[in-house]
Design a protein around this ligand. Structure first.
Ligand code: HEC
Ligand code: HEC
Length: 255
């Protein structure tokens, strides 16, 4: 355990790339010495959507959904690390049914409504919504919020929009589109990695000159733009039924 801690600490100190290595399935795997072998199988009974995920999604997003697959990193943009973000359920339904234009994320019209519902549930169960541990927090929340607002106004608004909905004045010229922070919330870890390095194959630039504190502040700010506490209560029963029904129709049309 001490060795593991020292190793993790070394990664944290070594900087921007640690998000790739520290995604939760690795950190929490039952057998920490062989995380890639255990974390997947440990949960296989508890998550019905995991079968759908393994069949349809893991080839790109990786067995642990962290974007690490043989193909994942070579795509432009690379396959998402699904463990580093919270997503609204409505957004997940849309992405799975329609895909992401300008990327290799396909539309899944052949999945039944039931299968989509299961895999949405599975992805929601993986999300790293972790708040920042007190000892990592570089300033009080109010200070982070205000500093983050300024960084955001200066550097991010033109693409991600004043409300964070991805509709900034420049947004329309880019494919894939700037993401919508009202339906998608990065963990501090993922925010740091993306903001530092940018996203290859997209207009999202890296910001190597922002300081650690500025990156933490702007991540804090964009997290505050998330508008979907819905995720925690689940979609209403009626809404879910109608999404399941619609997906079944799409799947039937495919046959
Ligand atoms: C052929 C490779 C491939 C497969 C298979 C695939 N994805 Fe993706 N997925 C991607 C790529 C590439 C991205 C990154 C898109 C981007 O950066 O905008 C992505 C992004 C996403 C996102 C983030 C949404 C966004 O706006 O970027 C979600 C959620 C997602 N995929 C879910 C799934 C699910 C669920 C499945 C299985 C039903 C799946 N993916 C199968 C390649 C794939
Ligand atoms: C020139 C336009 C542009 C600017 C400026 C910009 N972004 Fe982005 N951003 C994008 C695009 C396009 C994407 C979608 C990438 C994709 O599909 O994977 C994105 C995605 C993201 C993501 C999600 C990661 C992902 O893989 O999609 C985060 C977090 C983010 N941006 C944060 C920021 C922050 C913080 C700033 C300001 C410091 C900023 N962006 C400035 C265009 C921009």
């Amino acid at each position: 355990m001490a060795v593991l801690k020292a190793w993790l600490l070394a990664l944290v100190i070594s900087g921007g790339c640690c998000g790739i290595f520290l995604s939760p399935p690795y950190a929490q795997g039952a057998d920490k010495h062989h995380p890639s072998l255990t974390s997947v199988h440990a949960e296989s009974d508890s998550a019905p959507g995991q079968r759908v995920f393994m069949d349809e999604c893991a080839s790109c997003h990786g067995q642990n959904a962290d974007g690490r697959s043989p193909m994942g990193p070579s795509m432009n943009p690379p396959a998402f690390d699904l463990t580093g973000f919270e997503f609204s359920e409505t957004f997940l339904w849309r992405v799975i049914r329609e895909g992401v234009p300008g990327t290799e994320m396909p539309a899944w019209r052949s999945l039944s409504g039931e299968e989509v519902r299961e895999v949405v549930g599975y992805i929601s169960s993986l999300e790293d919504s972790s708040s920042l541990p007190a000892d990592k927090q570089l300033a009080d929340p109010e200070v982070l919020q205000e500093a983050g607002r300024r960084v955001y106004a200066m550097h991010c608004v033109r693409c991600h929009g004043v409300n964070g909905d991805g509709q900034g004045p420049e947004a329309a010229q880019y494919v894939p589109r700037p993401c919508d922070f009202t339906v998608m919330r990065p963990s501090y870890e993922a925010g740091r990695r993306v903001i530092r390095n940018g996203v290859t194959g997209s207009a999202m630039p890296g910001w190597p000159l922002l300081t650690e504190a500025e990156i933490q502040a702007v991540t804090h700010y964009i997290r505050s733009l998330y508008r979907w506490p819905e995720r925690h209560t689940e979609l209403s029963h009626n809404k879910q039924q109608s999404l399941v029904h619609h997906s079944n129709e799409l799947a039937a049309n495919q046959r």
